[in-house]
Design a protein around this ligand. Sequence first.
Ligand SMILES: NC(=O)c1ccc[n+]([C@@H]2O[C@H](COP(=O)([O-])OP(=O)(O)OC[C@H]3O[C@@H](n4cnc5c(N)ncnc54)[C@H](O)[C@@H]3O)[C@@H](O)[C@H]2O)c1
Ligand SMILES: [Zn+2]
Length: 674
Amino acid sequence: MTFKEAEKRVEELSKLLNKLDIKYREGTPDISDQEYDDLMNELILLEKNHTSLLKVTSPSQRVGGEPSKNFENVAHNLPMLSLSNTYDKEDLIDFNDRIKKDLTIDEVEYVCELKYDGVALSLTYENGILVRAVTRGDGVKGDDITRNARTIKSIPLQILGDCPPILEVRGEVFMSKTSFEKNNIKISEENEIRRSKGNKEQPLLANPRNAAAGALKQLDPKKVSEKQLDMYAYQIASEDEKITSHFEGLEALKNWGFNIPDTFEVRSDIDEVWDYINQWSEKRKDLPLETDGVVIKVNKMELHNKLGNTAKSPRWAIAYKYKAEAAKTPLLSITYQVGRTGAITPVANLAPVQLAGTTVRRASLHNANEIERLDLHYEDIVYVEKGGEIIPKITGVDKLARKESAKKVEYISHCPSCNSELERKEGEAQHYCRNWECIPQIKGRIQHFVSRKAMNIDSLGGETIDQLIKIGLIKDAGDLYSLKPEDLNQLDRFGDKSISKLLAGIEESKNIPYEQVIFALGIRSVGSTISEKLAEAFTTIDALADASEEEIAELYDVGGTVAVEVKKFFNSELQLFFLEKLKNAGIKFELEKQDVKDTLDGKSFVCTGKFSIYSRNEMHAEIKKNGGSVKTSITKNVDYLVAGEKAGSKLKKATELGITILTEDDFAKMITNE
Ligand SMILES: NC(=O)c1ccc[n+]([C@@H]2O[C@H](COP(=O)([O-])OP(=O)(O)OC[C@H]3O[C@@H](n4cnc5c(N)ncnc54)[C@H](O)[C@@H]3O)[C@@H](O)[C@H]2O)c1
Ligand SMILES: [Zn+2]
């Protein structure tokens, strides 16, 4: 490579790495970590061979991100560095050889720790009290997020026992796999409500690391606490003569009350380090948090000082990273699936590739925007990664491998099943087929109807539904209730046992409670949470059918979109025909009364302000459980206003209208009949 070529490549790589950093921090990396690290290593090598090309602004010289404008920026006592990293055993051997040579010693003892996948945080304690928590930022200065850090349970606010008057501890803040899942379930549930109100949905958390970073930067400490973050400490960064080894440091941290996992170990040479790496390569998947490698640190503190740091990382440590669960494979074709609501989902068919122990053949593409975002072309080589979902995700495209003749993927304009023209509303991501009789939609509606959270007829599988539709035995789920044994005899591979099992399942579904029946109807925007709310408010199907749009929209957490969809459903001839069949079959179209007490005697309530005993949702649930109803706005028909702290305009209006005002205590007494 000539100097000119090297210069050009350095510039190219710097630009690319800067761009990739931004996408990575946003939680939507364009490429896998390993590929990023390969590009970084290429840059480092070029800069090493052509020292005049090395600029202080190069990505190779920079640590992490930038401090943000939302928090006070604080300079670190000692810079918070990154770690040099490798995916190869060879590099570990080189690392060990170099240390031995530099220090002219024969043996080096190491401590191995797992590399926790989160964000670095520095904690300062003065006389044992936590006074400051600062993020890594650009390595020199970071964000003061002390208030947020205090909400993390595994961060001690006060040190146990004796400690130096000034103590700086560094560690990794992370979101456990369980919290990550819980947080995403919560977002999905909240999205159901947002959707129902026609509000914008919140994106799901991309991965635990990104989620932890995002949570730490919330401005409201209460929001941080809700995210259930954790922290593992991994280093004492302040002077402490008593501590002569990293191992002793970790033990001291443990005794002072820090959270230290018991996965760290002392290893007496590099071969033993390699054993540790192998030992954890699979086992780490059972740990409560994501880890992406092993950090290998020289044990003796005195050697740390002798070895010192580079601009970006300490010379006494290295990270060995496990190869990411990502793969590269050609895109073969795209299939467009039609869901029960007519929504179209594009799915990428891939050349089979091994990923995290399974063979991957398909990946979800979500919608036209996603295809656009990836700038996907036919025959592209794509990167697939396995996240939390079952179906892997395409994270990027190898644009360098793209053939010049490759054509951009154009989204379909007509339904792949019935050929109706597709519709896409302004501002919506999804395309829809609007043909009611489109076969996959019929099948989807029936599958939804029999699903576990709906009518729970698990003896009816997808293939059987296909056959029943094909033979013409069913057009909708209502027809299931008139199926006879002799009808089912016509099905392939469906013996007497299967027949009686299916019929029994159908029969049992007549006991499914009303709120689940509402969900089973498959009204758009009506998920299981909304179904429960509708069932509580309109205790029979006729009451629901007769409810006005305003009455539905007025229900707490329900909103306009649901109201429109419910009305649309009950105004549709086709749906009325379907309902008639269900009615004749004896499906439960009424709420069972046993759970409802009549303590509140049908009175209506509005709740406003901040409460200390109940959350708003709990209070609403109590009202309904005790036979009252919940309204969202004050009118003269409201019986009570329960006013918490900072009640505001509703309190004023209620007072003007002479509505009885209750405190939270009054309310609690009322429902406990005190
Ligand atoms: N895919 C992409 O597009 C993309 C883009 C940018 C960065 N990245 C990835 O991010 C890396 C750079 O991030 P980085 O600078 O935070 O480096 P890093 O995350 O690879 O390593 C340094 C960090 O490891 C953490 N750590 C975890 N466990 C530790 C332990 N036991 N002891 C000490 N430290 C521990 C510390 O917080 C430390 O700051 C790159 O190497 C790359 O893999 C990927
Ligand atoms: Zn169609």
